[in-house]
Design a binder for this molecule. Sequence first.
Ligand code: GDP
Length: 197
Amino acid sequence: MKGPLRMRFLLSAKTIEQLAPTKTEVAVVGRSNVGKSLLINALGGSGKLALVSKTPGRTRLLNQFALGESATVVDMPGYGYAAASGSERASWQRMAERYLLERDELTRIMVLVDGEIGPTKLDVQMLDWLRSYDRPYAIVATKHDKVKSSQRDKRKRELAAGCGVDPGAVVWVSAAKGTGLDRLRGLVLQWLDRSAG
Ligand code: GDP
């Protein structure tokens, strides 16, 4: 047992220039309701960490957390709000693209996919886009506890196929039950370490 990551909220930023300097950073992205807030809270062992990301006015910003002394985690705004207007979507896209392509310290982009419903069209678009720019990503499936144990192997294979990767490349977690969290914490530390020192 490694226990929770040492995470604390730093700031909310509209552009990459407003982010705090860091040595190494991972980002978390996914459609709204995928379970991003619950997962960030669970990784950090606090029910309040990602509360800020849900605060009105901050839902469209990059929310940056410190992890230990020299690393950071960025919670990206959820995509695919049914209510979002065309111009809101365009502005999300501009900010996200710039961040994902130009943030030099970014060592891994965690793309969350709902383990209960599988990848949506927008998830697949995001993954295709990341691959087209050769950006380092990892697929993290959420809500492991919502799928019956007898269905999980099949679901994982389908989810991986829908995302265009091998099942072994998918990390499946439950923020609610704690399943897979220690493994994911270990991976996050590895991803961050890649460019440290
Ligand atoms: P976000 O919009 O991506 O930040 O999603 P939230 O973290 O707010 O979660 C969206 C909904 O899914 C909430 O009702 C959560 O309680 C639920 N949820 C998130 N993670 C899990 C999980 O691991 N298990 C279950 N059963 N529900 C989850």
